[in-house]
Design a protein around this ligand. Structure first.
Ligand code: ADP
Length: 471
């Protein structure tokens, strides 16, 4: 069997009349078979699609059922958990409320809870104990204001009104309240917003701290302090006056001593010069003693005058170059340095300090003259001067290789008239280091010594660094 596709075409004459029919037959068996195959396949496919669709529909339906079931189950589950939770929460809420209520009631501090319309919602035991007012005496803030503050109630009311709008706890400050028995107490109030009540009213918790005793004690202390300060001030003024008097006295005495001393000195020398040949050896020796003693006394008087002048004069500090001031000191000591043949070395570039130039020069002179003086007899002194700088200070060192100072004496040598040796072995007045100390302290610095007996001494002066830039 074969498939034929047959087609016919009319052929018309000029007048348009069909006069014959032409036909074409085409064997389309293969194509037809293909088409049939395709149709069959299509049908199969459609069947399959239908099957699949219905399968899917079925699955979908099942899924829907399952989802609904699940949702139901979840809902049930959720409902079940919520209830448990809520119950739990409720229980917890209840017990925490109970704890809170009890904490407030039994707190050792006076506490009230009050609502914004002025109702006092709760008042604790301590409040009642301290004020004497029970909740029924003061059911509202207005009652409390009336009873505790009397004529001052309006201004306190204004303070309380702002509490209902608080967003953070505040310390209201101190208030003087009247208790039921008529006693006045001072309370410091602390307040905080405590949420809202069931009906939406803002609730505030206010705590009082009774500071009556503390205030009394403070007042007493203040009173005592005032008297104490007054007494200290009086005493200081007295001491300052006494000190000034003493210094003035010392100064004038020293001054006044000079004239007769000069007389003694001059006359003793005149005695030696003019009458020396009339005196025997012992007489001459006595006269020389008088001359020497007068000399020594003159030195003492001069040093004392320097010392007391130091405390009396105003010292204006400025920038002082240590190299310059050390050179000046060395120049002042030229004769002594030459006589002792001292070897002095100084660090070439030393910093600047805040000081009073002449006063610092005097202090350095004193240290240097000690450094070349306190050496073993006939030995040549060696002195080294250098400076160390840290952030704020400069330490100027004067080190010698002399006889040294035992540790137990290192403090006292800075006091007036403290000397470790007899005048015969080492001359001096015992005021040099006292001058150094006073001078340096008056310039805001400090002094000290590091030494060992027989191993030389290192004296230092510490002063503030001068940070002012040049130019
Ligand atoms: P002065 O030098 O007039 O005796 P100072 O006040 O300057 O008085 O010194 C007090 C004492 O401290 C001195 O008598 C001496 O015993 C001791 N002293 C001071 N400087 C030195 C030193 N560089 N080495 C050893 N001893 C010293």
């Amino acid at each position: 069997m074969r498939w034929i596709r047959d087609r016919a075409f009319p052929i018309d004459d000029k007048a348009g009349k069909t006069y014959r029919i032409a036909g074409v037959a085409q064997d389309v068996t293969e194509r037809q078979e293909l088409i049939l195959k395709l149709q069959k396949l299509n049908e199969e496919l459609e069947n399959k699609v239908e099957e699949r669709t219905s399968e899917l529909k079925q699955t979908l339906k099942q899924l829907e059922v399952e989802i609904t079931d699940r949702q139901k189950a979840e809902a049930t589950l959720q409902a079940a958990t919520d209830i448990t939770d809520r119950k739990q929460a409720q229980l917890e809420l209840q017990s925490s409320e109970e704890r809170f209520r009890r904490a407030i009631l039994e707190a050792p501090l006076p506490i009230i809870l009050h609502a914004e319309d002025g109702e006092i919602v709760q008042i604790n035991r301590t409040w009642t104990e301290l004020t004497g007012y029970t909740h029924s005496d003061i059911p509202t803030i207005a009652d409390w204001l009336e009873k505790a503050y009397g004529s001052k109630k309006e201004s306190v009311k204004a303070d309380i009104d702002v509490l209902y709008k608080l967003d953070k706890p505040i310390v209201e400050g101190e208030y003087t309240i009247a208790t039921r028995s008529g006693e006045t107490r001072i309370w410091e109030f602390h307040s905080a917003h405590l949420g809202t009540l069931y009906d939406g009213r803002n609730l505030v918790i206010s705590t009082g701290i009774d500071i009556t005793e503390r205030k009394q004690a403070e007042a007493e202390i203040n009173q005592l302090n005032e008297t104490l300060e007054q007494r200290v001030a009086e005493r200081t003024a007295q001491l300052e006056q006494a000190n000034q008097d003493l210094e003035a006295f010392a100064y004038s005495i020293a001054h006044d001593l000079r004239a007769p001393l000069r007389g003694m000195h001059g006359l003793a020398e005149a005695l030696l010069e003019d009458y020396g040949d009339k005196l025997d050896d012992l007489g001459q020796e006595y006269a020389r003693h008088i001359v020497n003693s007068a000399h020594h006394l003159d030195d003492l008087i001069n040093d004392l005058l320097d010392y007391s002048r130091l405390s009396r004069t105003e010292l204006n500090l400025g920038s002082v170059d240590l190299n310059t001031v050390v050179s000046e000191a060395l120049a002042q000591l030229k004769t002594d340095l030459e006589k002792s043949q001292a070897q002095v070395t100084a660090m070439p570039s030393m910093p600047k300090v805040q000081a009073h130039r002449n006063t610092l020069a005097q202090a350095i002179v004193n240290l240097l003259s000690n450094a070349i003086k306190f050496v073993d007899k006939d030995s040549q002194p060696g002195v080294h001067i250098w400076a160390e700088t840290d952030d704020e200070c400069v330490k100027l060192w004067v080190a010698d290789d002399g006889i040294g100072i035992a540790p137990e004496h290192q403090k006292r040598i800075f006091r007036v008239f403290e000397r470790l040796h007899g005048i015969e072995s080492y001359p001096g007045t015992g005021i040099g280091l006292a001058i150094v100390q006073k001078a340096v302290e008056r310039m805001g610095g400090s002094v000290g010594v590091e030494s060992e007996l027989g191993k030389g001494s290192k004296f230092w002066i510490k002063l503030r660094n001068d940070t002012t830039k040049e130019g």
